[in-house]
Design a protein around this ligand. Structure first.
Ligand SMILES: Cc1ncc(COP(=O)(O)O)c(C=O)c1O
Length: 389
């Protein structure tokens, strides 16, 4: 499939088919395609100034940093171009914090099975998935992985070398695996007890995707460091690493940098995204539409128990476990002009833009049901687990 234009939750192919986009470029197009406020922000900036370098002040970047800090736990923001770069910055910030505190050996980061933190060498090591690591040499040192949901395993993994714990509040690529507020609170307490930094990877869950601006806000805790990307730019590439003043104080000018990070075009669009998504009424709607999507998916599961298992996820990061190879269901949906995305544990993810309507959810469910009927008509192959990105 090749697309030539989009509007809202809809895409049009080069041969004129209208496709319902419940992939959103893998949780990126938070406001759908061609949102007028984003088009206006981008074109206004494009007509004025594209790039100057971080050697100079970038007022649009400062405005976005202020908007992010005003709506979060953070005091400081570093801008990058992608999720992996935002996570790299989070890792560097945690290590540098301990270095400046006179503990340069505290470099180890505890991560969790099923995690996905990106494809650079460090974020791959943090991800720890052997399939993604294969062929790229020794995984970078400094990461220890424990079972998701096991606080005791985290406690047992803490040593004199531990710098931080890093977790996604809800695992996206791993298959919408829940972490839950109790676990997040337990990790916060454990980090405080041992002088560790808590890093949240909200690259996929952040910017309204789960129904609050940041997913961890539901747990009533705050991290020390947080990585964002994906929805932040609404389709324009940008990443951000947010931190408290205390956690970031060793990241002095020159300790980290990026040529393109915080590019004026990217930050102009991201500022427009945050102003819209950060509004409580907007987030209320994401929560109610997300609940509706979950209820509709549950009724699809009831109608097709031989093909589908449980419904998972929160807000508009929802999905359903498949009992056939997830790739078959994703391909069948595509054949019925519906985009969805596979994830680990054989889960089909539904990631519509946050502006999706209940009528569009009904239409997606109708297309998915037709896709399931086409799969039912085909012979059943064995189930294989599938990753996504
Ligand atoms: C939780 C999480 N962290 C990091 C990344 C990496 O982001 P990027 O592909 O922009 O480098 C992803 C991408 O799927 C992600 O879901």
């Amino acid at each position: 499939m090749a697309f030539v234009r989009g509007e809202g939750a809809w895409l049009e192919t080069d041969d004129g088919r209208r496709v319902l986009d419940f992939a959103s470029g893998v949780a990126v197009n938070a406001l759908g395609h061609a949102h007028p406020a984003l088009v206006a922000a981008l074109t206004e900036q494009a007509n004025r100034l594209w790039h100057v370098s971080n050697l100079y002040r970038v007022p649009e970047q400062e405005a976005l940093a202020e908007a992010l800090c005003a709506r979060s736990f953070a005091d400081r923001v570093f801008f990058a171009n992608s999720g992996a770069e935002a996570v790299e910055c989070a890792i560097k910030t945690a290590r540098r914090f301990h270095f400046a505190a006179g503990a340069p050996d505290r470099t180890e980061i505890i991560t969790f099975t099923g995690a996905f933190h990106g494809r650079t060498l460090a974020t791959l090591a943090a991800t720890g998935n052997p399939t993604y690591l294969e062929g790229f040499g020794e995984p970078q040192a400094g990461f220890v992985q424990v079972a998701l949901g096991d606080v005791d395993a985290v406690r047992n993994a803490v040593t004199a070398r531990t710098a931080a714990v890093m977790i996604e509040p809800l695992q996206g690529e791993g298959g919408l695996r829940e972490v839950g507020p109790a676990m997040l609170r337990a990790l916060r307490a454990l980090c405080d007890e041992h002088g560790l930094l808590l890093i949240l990877d909200e690259v996929q869950t952040g910017v309204g995707r789960t129904g609050t601006l940041f997913a961890h806000q539901k747990a009533g805790i705050a991290p020390d460091i947080m990585a964002l990307a994906k929805g932040l730019g609404g389709g324009f590439p940008i990443g951000a690493c947010l931190a408290t003043e205390a956690a970031a104080k060793a990241m002095t000018p020159g300790s980290h940098g990026s040529t393109f990070g915080g590019n004026p075009l990217a930050v102009a669009v991201a500022k427009a995204v945050i102003e819209i998504v950060g509004d409580e009424a907007f987030l209320d709607r994401v929560r109610s539409v997300g609940l509706y999507a979950k209820q509709r998916l549950a009724s699809v599961v009831d109608a097709h128990p031989e093909l589908l298992g449980e419904v998972r996820g929160e807000g508009l990061l929802v999905g359903v476990r498949a009992r056939r190879p997830v790739g078959d269901l994703v391909a069948a949906a595509r054949a019925h002009d519906l985009l969805v995305v596979g994830a680990g544990e054989n889960v089909v993810r539904f990631l519509p833009p946050l502006i999706v309507t209940e009528a569009e959810i009904d239409e997606a469910v109708a297309r998915f049901e037709r896709a399931l009927e086409s799969v039912e008509a085909a012979p059943a192959p064995a189930v294989a687990d599938a990753g996504a990105e």
